[in-house]
Design a protein around this ligand. Structure first.
Ligand SMILES: Cc1ncc(COP(=O)(O)O)c(C=O)c1O
Length: 424
């Protein structure tokens, strides 16, 4: 059912409850420790806490660390954990076993793979990204340019919706293209297959940032023939604040890829304590040092859920929720000049919707006070993420009702809603 095109005014809360009753993913909501009186539409920023996480982390702390102590590096499989969990993320992104490894922050992992990507094209001098990319990606690429820009400096080219386009910047001097698959602000999704094809036809290497894709939309990195990818696990994967990022390296690059940071966990024989660095085989060489095992424990618990879920169901529900939200914005919030900036064409949309609203920051704070949590991105975007495992159609209805009330009463004008916290 296409809600956006089929008489949106006929939808009411009872219709939403009926859609929830027929939802094959509905039961997953009980797997999360979400307060009953909250509509949580910020899983695109920090995913909800799975019910099983606290007990699993407690087990790792008290049993594996407390009792097992140093023995757990072998007995509890700690040393292999970044690869074991990487293999569990692999099916979510169209990767094969042995192609994914957990890293440090997403920013650090991007540095690790972007340097490796650029080194695969040593005769080329240009790195391409896009102006609307998440800023850390651009900052990290700046660092890559500084590191590799000798003897001749590397050039950065940024594509933009207003031009230049990808085709306009691609030439035989481009070494690497780094794009975020689903835009962090607007939710606009690139065509991974087509973009990768064009980048390859210019002879360049394709790196995808999957932060807003993994667990939100089906991804097929090998199907798209991409080269490298990175992503975070604290958004739709629900790994918890600061959970580790992942890196994917296409198998064809394993033997030659040369990562930026060459630490002992990426060594072929780390416990020989050799003075010379010899890279491990495969994606293991992208490891650096001692992994964050307590964060990995939280991620391990949430990946149990992802091992059960059919991503086709996730995508179908995600599109239903975002279509419903967009159609209700159109039908009920037009009087306040609310503008949907997320693509209406489903093939171009991830699992979030952004609204352009004057004074969006204050409006969002008033919404949060009323139990509907989204977030705000400067200068004027209110972002709403729809994590299909725990967001219901009734949540969408209720969020719109509260937003309508906040706009109609003008309560957001109260001065306390304008006060900015450090994190928006
Ligand atoms: C697209 C994108 N890339 C990178 C990052 C940065 O991730 P980290 O803070 O884990 O380095 C974010 C954070 O939200 C993001 O949205």
């Amino acid at each position: 059912m296409s809600l956006a095109t089929s008489a949106p005014l006929a939808i009411d809360r009872a219709t939403c409850l009926a859609l929830d009753a027929a939802d094959p993913l509905a039961a997953y909501r009980d797997r999360f420790a979400l307060p009953d009186d909250l509509v949580y539409l910020d899983g695109n920023s920090l995913g909800a806490l799975p019910q099983a996480t606290a007990a699993h982390v407690a087990h790792v702390i008290t049993e594996e660390w407390g009792t097992g102590l140093i023995r757990s590096w072998n007995d509890a499989g700690w040393f292999a954990k970044p690869l074991v969990l990487g293999d569990r993320i692999a099916p979510l992104i169209g990767a094969a076993e042995g192609e994914v490894v957990l890293g440090d922050s997403t920013s650090a992992s991007l540095f690790q793979v972007a340097v490796a990507a650029a080194r695969l094209r040593p005769d080329r001098r240009v790195i391409v990204s896009e102006r609307s990319n998440f800023p850390t990606d651009l900052y990290i690429l700046d660092g890559v340019q500084q590191l590799l820009g000798r003897p001749a400096p590397l050039e950065r080219r940024l594509i933009d919706d207003g031009g230049p386009s990808l085709d306009e910047v691609l030439d035989d001097d481009v070494a690497v293209v780094v794009l975020t698959h689903v835009d962090y602000r607007t939710g606009r999704m690139h065509d991974m297959v087509e973009v990768t094809r064009r980048v390859h036809s210019a002879g360049a290497i394709m790196v995808w940032d999957l932060c807003h894709s993994v667990g939100a939309v089906p991804v097929d990195l090998n199907g798209a023939d991409a080269d490298f990818a990175i992503g975070c696990t604290y958004k739709y994967l629900n790994g918890g604040p600061g959970s580790p990022s992942f890196m994917w390296v296409a198998e064809r690059h394993h033997a030659v890829a040369s990562p930026a940071v060459t630490g002992w966990h990426g060594h072929a024989t780390p416990f020989d304590f050799d003075v010379e660095y010899v890279p491990a085989d495969g994606v293991t060489r992208f490891r650096v040092g001692t992994p964050q095992l307590l964060s990995m424990a939280a991620l391990e618990a949430s990946l149990e859920i992802w091992g059960e879920v059919d991503l086709a169901d996730v995508r179908e529900k995600s599109l239903r929720l975002t279509e419903l939200f967009i159609s209700l914005v159109d039908s009920r919030l037009a009087p306040w000049g609310v503008e949907v900036v997320t693509p209406r064409q489903s093939a171009k949309r991830g699992s979030q919707v952004a609204l352009r609203v004057d004074d969006g920051y204050a409006v969002m704070q008033a919404l949060i006070e009323r139990g509907v949590i989204g977030d705000f991105r400067a200068p004027d975007l209110m972002r709403f993420g729809f994590a299909p495992l725990y967001v219901s159609h009734a949540d969408v209805w209720d969020a719109i009702a509260v937003l309508e009330e906040v706009l109609a009463t003008g309560v957001w004008r109260e001065p306390r809603f304008a006060r900015r916290g450090t994190v928006t």
